[in-house]
Design a protein around this ligand. Structure first.
Ligand SMILES: [Zn+2]
Length: 355
């Protein structure tokens, strides 16, 4: 089992961004109408559930697959950004850029990674900002209409999340509407292709790190909106596997999501709001609850049986569309998000205990 030390990056005054090592990547694979088919990338590994495992050479999205016990840091690439100061100012809200204080052990499976209470988007309550960054690539750009379509899907995801919170008696508001708040709109251009033949994931993660340095001031935005947290949604108008870049105690204190317009594994069909909601929940602490991702099969089987419509279990539920999210936030995810402080499942399965 691979173990890794979590470095307190605040103390060394330098942000080490691991291009893929800190990223949680997930996606759903639909094959032959099998609703349970999932393809999951976590820490550079992919577990295909009910689907076909594909080739295993390095780099590209399809090719990042490794055995479940693969070393998380293998192949990861680091970018050093000098002079990064991620904390200090907004201390009264006590939430920004909280970093892990102690050495932690990581294992590939059964030792969940979480951004709960950590990073730029620590808690899903109060107000949280979602900045939009639209990326133009050599093969794709965005029309105004397409941007509005993305905004509409994010709205569907946000309303769903806010209502789910309310059902647990938690008030939360997501601030994302760049039509109303133009400062939440950003755009940029990259000069590399976004397709499975390239190492675009590493390069995209590097670009994201640079944007955060140069064009998105998290601290200032949080102050301006009197918000409690912030993350960026990076929109790419290509088929791809949407993923969350969560702060895991080591990398990516400034949290973000990479959201593709189309689902790579679903014949290029439009990504649905349920996928965006799933990814948004990740940055606030929700864990993947499907087999082979973060917990043992004992737990994932329990979730499948007990909460079959759980949003962190699957995003291929029937009833979902480009305007509707039909899924549950189970007590397990509510607990991981901090909406509940106690659930019976943590006695049955201590691995579910939130860190
Ligand atoms: Zn996920």
């Amino acid at each position: 089992m691979k173990k890794r030390l979590a470095v307190n990056i605040l103390l060394i005054g330098m942000l080490m961004l691991t291009a893929c090592g800190g990223a949680e990547k997930s996606a759903v694979l639909q094959q032959g109408g099998n609703d349970n088919a999932e393809n999951v990338l976590t820490e550079n590994k992919v577990e295909v559930i009910g689907g076909n495992q594909t080739d295993e050479s390095s780099k590209s999205v399809m090719q990042e697959e490794e055995a479940i016990d693969a070393k998380p840091d293998e192949d990861s690439k680091t970018v050093e950004l000098q002079g990064e100061t991620v904390s200090a100012e907004s201390d009264e809200r006590e939430i920004q850029w909280n970093v892990a204080e102690s050495v932690q052990e990581e294992e590939s499976l059964g030792n969940p990674r979480s951004s709960y209470g950590l990073g730029s988007a620590p808690y899903l309550e109060g107000r949280n900002i979602l900045v939009s960054m639209f990326v133009t690539t050599p093969e794709s750009t965005w029309t105004e209409e397409e941007k509005q379509q993305m905004l509409k899907k994010v709205e569907t995801a946000a309303v769903y999340i806010e209502e789910a919170a309310r059902s647990y008696e938690i008030e939360t508001e997501l601030i994302y509407d760049f039509t109303e708040y133009p400062e939440l709109y950003k755009e940029t251009v990259v000069d590399f292709l976004i397709n499975e033949e390239t190492d675009f994931l590493d390069r995209l993660d590097e670009e994201i790190a640079l944007w955060f340095e140069e064009s998105i001031d998290y601290t200032k935005m949080v102050d301006t909106f009197e918000a409690d947290g912030i993350a960026t949604m990076v929109f790419v108008n290509n088929p791809g596997i949407s993923y969350a870049i969560v702060y895991d105690g080591t990398d990516n204190v400034k949290e973000s999501l990479v959201l593709f317009s189309e689902d790579y594994y679903n014949g290029g069909k439009a990504e649905l709001p349920i996928t965006y909601a799933h990814e948004i929940l990740h940055i606030f602490g929700a864990h993947d609850l499907y087999e082979g991702a973060e917990f043992t099969s004992e737990v994932t089987e329990y979730v499948e049986t007990t909460y079959p419509r759980e949003i962190m279990l699957t995003v291929t539920l029937s009833g979902n569309s480009e305007t509707v999210i039909d899924a549950d936030v189970s007590p397990i995810t509510a607990y991981h998000l901090g909406w509940l402080n106690e659930i019976e499942e943590i006695n049955l399965y201590p691995q579910l205990i939130r860190e």
